[in-house]
Design a protein around this ligand. Structure first.
Ligand code: ADP
Length: 290
């Protein structure tokens, strides 16, 4: 299994540091969610790993080889950036075939992987934002690589397409290291197994997302009738609020309520266990894992 390793990486622009002493290892095939608010340094981190931005100090290694000096190591990575421009005047198939001829791979394989069959004869310029995103992702998956860096692959796409993209990434991550950035806590918990939390250019948390899933879930139920006498729930802002250890327990409560004739009009998770981390994490208080 391949290993991506960052050792005390400092990087930024025009001499101004953005990333401070970032160290981590990704040594198992999995999705590593790089989570952080806008401006935290996620894109800068991806650009540094991709070898586009040279770190001021520290090292990025892949299987022990320095990514800055080893072309071979760099070929093992593919990067979906925010700025992946596609030739607007070409059809989807032509555009993908164009890149396949330069970088390798087969347009038809990428088209079937991303379910782009119906769009393949359309001009890129005529596609919606979400469709363009899917084509950009198809381009990234033209060639088989060991590491994929996907910078906010689901930004600007509707929930159904987001779901599709996540399913494809989940499939691919079974054999590869995928770094997947997001500023969405719910998406992070939905897709990732490992979490790299970036705050102010530092790695504020590095560990398994499942470690956080064990925390308490607060779920609010909106119902057509008063249920405070039937269950131990507090009414807060129109929701009957209960705490659970896992989402499954909350689901069982929903079933119990419905089975006993209560009309539940809405059920929602009120806070996400990642939220506290997102807000409170600091290198000293939350750093853990390795
Ligand atoms: P994120 O991807 O988490 O939103 P970025 O890595 O894009 O964060 O940005 C981190 C910081 O680096 C921000 O303060 C941003 O203004 C700065 N930055 C990003 N790109 C450049 C650039 N090309 N030149 C100068 N500063 C930049």
């Amino acid at each position: 299994m391949s290993t991506l390793e960052l050792v005390k990486v400092n990087a930024g622009y025009d001499g101004k540091p953005v990333l401070h002493q970032i160290s981590f290892e990704a040594r198992e095939s999995a999705i590593y969610v790089v989570l952080g608010p806008n401006g935290a340094g996620k894109t800068t981190l991806f650009r540094t790993i991709a070898g586009i931005l040279e770190p001021y100090s520290g090292q990025v290694r892949f299987d022990g080889e320095d990514l800055l000096t080893s072309k071979e190591a760099r070929k093992k990575i593919n990067y979906l950036s925010h700025y992946n421009a596609l030739p607007e005047e070409m059809t989807v198939w032509r555009a993908l075939d164009f890149y396949a001829k330069i970088e390798g791979g087969k347009a038809d394989d990428a088209i079937s992987l991303l379910g782009l069959g119906e769009l393949k004869d359309k001009k890129v310029g005529d596609l919606s934002q979400g469709q363009k995103k899917r084509v950009s992702i198809a381009k990234v998956f033209l060639q088989e690589r060991d590491i994929y860096l996907l910078d906010e692959p689901t930004s600007n796409v509707d929930p159904a397409v987001s779901r599709e993209i996540r399913d494809i990434v989940l499939k691919i991550s079974k054999e590869r290291v995928v770094l997947y950035s997001s500023h969405n806590l719910y998406e992070a918990r939905d897709i990732g197994t490992n979490l790299l939390l970036v705050r102010n250019g530092t790695l504020a948390y590095n560990g398994k997302i499942s470690d956080m899933k064990s925390k308490e879930y607060r779920v609010g139920f909106r119902t057509a009738t008063d249920i405070s006498k039937v269950v131990d729930a507090k009414l807060e802002g129109g929701y009957y609020v209960m705490s659970f250890g896992t989402p499954e327990e909350a689901g069982l409560m929903l079933k119990k309520l419905v089975d006993s004739g209560v009309i539940v009009t809405e059920m929602r998770e009120l806070d996400n266990p990642l939220e506290n981390l997102f807000e409170d994490a600091s290198p000293s208080s939350a750093a853990s894992g390795a």
